[in-house]
Design a protein around this ligand. Structure first.
Ligand SMILES: Nc1ncnc2c1ncn2[C@@H]1O[C@H](COP(=O)(O)OP(=O)(O)OP(=O)(O)O)[C@@H](O)[C@H]1O
Ligand SMILES: [Mg+2]
Length: 275
């Protein structure tokens, strides 16, 4: 199926030419809530195809940072630049509202911990997936339904559930539906906030396995917030450890988890601080 969200040849060439440049450049991002620090002086680059985990104890600023990065919350200071599909680097907070909305509906995904925040609970599963396709210009009902069906199967939801509403689904199914809804437009960057939180351990394991496969198959760049280091270990290439709103350590996932440098990271890894 053709779709305006899929890169054409010129865009693909532009993307290939910039593959050795970051997808996202974060410089000095700071967010205060009144006098309280949400996050402060956060800088890092995210590379195409990279999975970055943001870890840290409750209140360390993970969600604040993720919301700033995904333009859901305006930073108090700092800059965030994103490489658009045409290869141009744009300051996210200088996009027009229309550009920002298009980005969020097509080139980006956002997987919430609570699927109800990322789904429309009173329309069918098929419509939840199809809606994103319509947002990128698909109008052909048959094509939309076919694509929705194949995405449901991809996230292991039986095709005969396509007309059911997500409120009739289990927690694990809802989360898988939310993932299908996000990935159907082939986003390049997906934000996730504790995507496996609140699920049974066995359901978590299955979801993680699925996420890992999809991320690899689609070559997604991902920024995932988690307080669960096992999730970070399984999914991420690189880890950022936050404390009191700051990055206190960053490095390759195995390096940080097997040989943390900072005393706080050592505590975190030794599970003393894990919930
Ligand atoms: N809307 C808000 N108003 C005021 N302070 C806030 C608000 N949201 C977060 N904070 C504060 O900002 C700091 C960072 O919070 P944040 O929610 O980003 O942490 P977190 O790492 O996501 O925590 P958790 O693991 O519990 O989700 C905390 O001190 C928190 O109390
Ligand atoms: Mg949070």
């Amino acid at each position: 199926m053709t779709s305006s969200a899929l890169p054409d040849r010129a865009e693909a060439q532009a993307a290939a030419a910039t593959a050795d440049e970051p997808l996202l450049k974060v410089s000095g991002v700071t967010r205060y809530y009144g006098d309280r620090i949400g996050c402060t002086d956060i800088s890092f680059d995210l590379w195409p195809g990279e999975v970055l985990a943001i870890v840290g104890e409750s209140g360390s600023g993970k969600t604040t940072l993720l919301n700033c990065l995904s333009t859901r919350l305006a930073p108090t200071a700092g800059a965030i630049e994103y490489r658009m599909r045409d290869g141009a680097m744009r300051n996210l907070y200088q996009l027009t509202e229309a550009e920002r909305r298009l980005l969020m509906r097509t080139d980006w995904g956002f997987v919430h911990q609570n699927p109800a925040e990322g789904l429309r609970m009173t329309v069918s599963a098929g419509a939840n997936v199809g809606e994103r396709l319509m947002a990128v210009g698909n109008r052909h009902y048959g094509n939309i339904r076919d694509t929705a069906t194949s995405w449901l199967e991809r996230v292991e939801i039986a095709a005969d559930r396509i007309d059911d509403q997500p409120r009739a689904f289990s927690g694990g199914m809802r989360q898988r539906l939310q993932i299908a809804r996000n990935l159907v437009t082939h986003p390049r960057l997906v934000f996730m906030d504790e995507p496996t939180g609140g699920l049974d351990v066995s359901v978590q394991a299955r979801l993680l396995d699925m996420l890992r496969r999809l991320v690899a198959d689609l070559g997604l760049s991902v920024i995932i917030v988690t307080h669960d280091l096992a999730v970070a270990r399984l999914l991420s290439h690189r880890i950022v450890v936050m404390r009191h709103g700051r990055i206190i350590e960053t490095g390759l996932t195995d390096q940080v988890l097997d040989d943390p440098r900072e005393p706080y990271s050592q505590l975190l890894v030794s599970s003393i601080l894990q919930a």
